[in-house]
Design a protein around this ligand. Structure first.
Ligand SMILES: [Zn+2]
Ligand SMILES: [Zn+2]
Length: 166
């Protein structure tokens, strides 16, 4: 069985391994995955690790410029692509066509607001059978992503207000 679970549950299941990974500096994390360490890569990685709002490439670019004013959007884009390729970060598809990333590379569920496209981590446990998925599809299964879609509290408040004002 393949299980999507909360980050805390994952970390506690692998004491001394994932918890230690959390203590790694950005440079150590990059080195551990065979990625050359540059100040720009460290800055991009730190921006992503400092947040859980699943930012787009453009948002990472805006945030990283305070540390690296000379960095280009293209460098941020290629750095994030490369980090996702080697499993250091995770790509997020919120259905808005933006390229978003998650600093937590471990499988966990997300909830997406269909109005403002906010993406949040969701602490739910879902059992998915990767062997069954593999046998039914004749694919090898490398990963799984679970998204729940709905309206966030802020957007519900806004739509209630606009209904009342009609
Ligand atoms: Zn919303
Ligand atoms: Zn996440």
């Amino acid at each position: 069985m393949y299980t999507v679970f909360a980050w805390e549950a994952y970390a506690s299941g692998f004491p001394g391994c994932e918890r230690m990974f959390g203590l790694f500096s950005a440079a150590e994390a990059l080195k551990a995955r065979g990625m050359r360490v540059t100040p720009q890569r460290i800055a991009v990685y730190n921006v992503l690790k400092a947040t859980d709002d699943h930012p787009s490439v453009e948002t990472v670019y805006e945030r990283v410029r305070s540390d690296c004013p000379s960095i280009s959007l293209n460098t941020v884009y290629t750095t994030l692509c490369k980090m996702a390729e080697i499993g250091l970060i995770r790509p997020i598809d919120a259905g808005d066509g933006l390229c978003r990333y998650d600093g937590n590379p471990h499988p966990h569920a997300h909830v997406v607001c269909t109005s403002c496209r906010r993406v949040e981590d969701l602490d739910v446990r879902i059992d998915l059978d990767e062997k069954e998925a593999a046998s039914r599809s004749d694919y090898t299964i490398d990963d799984v992503a679970v998204y729940f879609y709905g309206k966030c509290a802020d957007c519900r408040k806004l739509s209630n207000r606009s209904i009342r004002s009609i």
